[in-house]
Every structure is written in C-alpha cells, then in structure tokens.
Design a binder for this molecule. Structure first.
Ligand code: ATP
Length: 214
C-alpha cells in the first residue's frame, strides 16, 4: 500500500502541545509513518509573529526531536516567494505523484477562515482536508462553509487513504484548548507555560528571551 502524505501548516509561534498531540493522533488515525509540520514564512493571514522564522523553525525542530513520527519540513521557509498554501500543495503534489493520498491537516478555526485564502477552492484538487475540531470553534448559523463542507464530506478514513484528494473529513481528537497566543501571553506576563509546550521549547524561549514584551 502506498503511504499517505500528511502535513500541518502553521505559524508555530511557538509550537505547542495542541499542535503536537493533533499531529500524533492524525498519524495514528492514518496509520502512516510520519506527519510533516510546515512552518510558514511570512504569515499571509495574520500579523507578524513574535519570533523570527529561524526561531520558529528551531522550536519546531526541538519539539519533534524525540518523536520519529513527526518531522519538520522547511519548504516554505526556504521559498523565495510569498508562500500561499496553494503553492505548498502544488509542490508536495509534484513530489509525490498523482496517485498518492495527500492530506492537509488544520484546526477548525483555520478551516472557518478558508474563504479568505488564496485559491482555496482549488485545494481539493490537490489534497484532502482533515479538519480537527478545536474547543470553541464551530460553524455559525448559515455559514456558507457548512454547505461547501457537506458537498465534500466523508467519514470513512479508508476513502481518504485510497483516493489522492477531493474530500473533507471532520475529526474529533482529544480536545486541547491550547493556543500559541495563550503561550505568548503567559510568557509576556512572566508566568510559566510549562506543560502547554515541550520543555525544550520552553528552555529555548527563555534562552532567547522571546515574547517578553507581549
Ligand atoms: P495563534 O494563537 O498565534 O493564532 P495557534 O495556536 O492557532 O496560534 P497556529 O500555528 O496558527 O497556532 O496553528 C497551526 C494549525 O494548528 C492551525 O490549523 C490550527 O487550527 C491548528 N491548531 C492550533 N492549536 C490547536 C489545538 N489546540 N488543537 C487543534 N488544532 C490546533
């Protein structure tokens, strides 16, 4: 059987246990070898992050160092062009060929903003979307995303594995209401974010003096 390629993009400013646990549970759900974490260079949909691209990359690498099922992929950081997700999807698809299943993993909060993403309606031509429920985020009444979702929704993970692209799967994992904003705010308030992020990431934040002026 051909392995599924799955990735989770994000700012990872900083990477936290919500990202890591989500990626690990998705890996187990798909039964594949690894999930790629792809930090974005210049966030297209949000303000500037509180750390440099290099620091976010280093924190992500520290976070997965002891977990062989998670790998950091720096393709967006080394790309000279503005990195829209559509380009990442095209780049991954050209690497893995037409037949392999490609899964883009995202939290419900990101999924709800999809209509503002560049060329988002083409995403399903390249990949499946695996959407992870996130505490506090759901469709609001009459959200057009809900009817778009229903047109593409499947609940059979085997379809996701067998077909290369084209479906949306909504999935409930262990709900962890952790956000990078919360971590930055805690550090800025001189409080500990311990157990929300891996210890090596917390050590790095202290060494580099990150997020103090949040
Ligand atoms: P911020 O608080 O700075 O907005 P964030 O915690 O949402 O950051 P991102 O790097 O923006 O982190 O998120 C990357 C991806 O991970 C997104 O698809 C997001 O929905 C998902 N994600 C983040 N935190 C969680 C969580 N606790 N549970 C599930 N998915 C999450």
């Amino acid at each position: 059987m051909v392995d599924v390629v799955a990735f989770m993009g994000g700012t990872f400013d900083p990477i936290h246990n919500g990202h890591l646990r989500t990626a690990l549970e998705i890996r187990q759900l798909l039964g594949n070898d690894e999930i790629r974490l792809i930090p974005c260079h210049v966030p297209v949909h949000r303000g500037l992050p509180g750390s440099t691209s290099e620091q976010r990359l280093q924190m992500a690498e520290l976070a997965v160092a002891e977990e062989p099922g998670l790998v950091v992929d720096d393709r967006e950081l080394i790309s000279p062009q503005a990195n829209y997700s559509i380009h990442t999807l095209q780049s991954l698809r050209s690497q893995i060929g037409e037949q392999t299943s490609l899964c883009m993993v995202m939290g419900m909060d990101s999924y709800l903003t999809l209509p503002s993403w560049h060329r988002w309606q083409e995403f399903l031509d390249y990949a499946h979307l695996l959407v992870v429920q996130r505490p506090g985020w759901k469709f609001s009444n009459g959200d057009p995303m809900q009817s778009w979702t229903e047109q593409h929704l499947v609940d059979d993970i085997d379809l996701i594995r067998k077909r290369p692209c084209g479906h949306v799967l909504l999935y409930q994992l262990t709900p962890l209401g952790i956000s990078a904003t919360q971590v930055r705010d805690l550090v800025g308030a001189n409080q500990s974010p311990r157990y929300l992020i891996p210890d090596p990431v917390w050590n790095y934040i202290r060494e580099q003096g990150l997020y103090r002026n949040n």
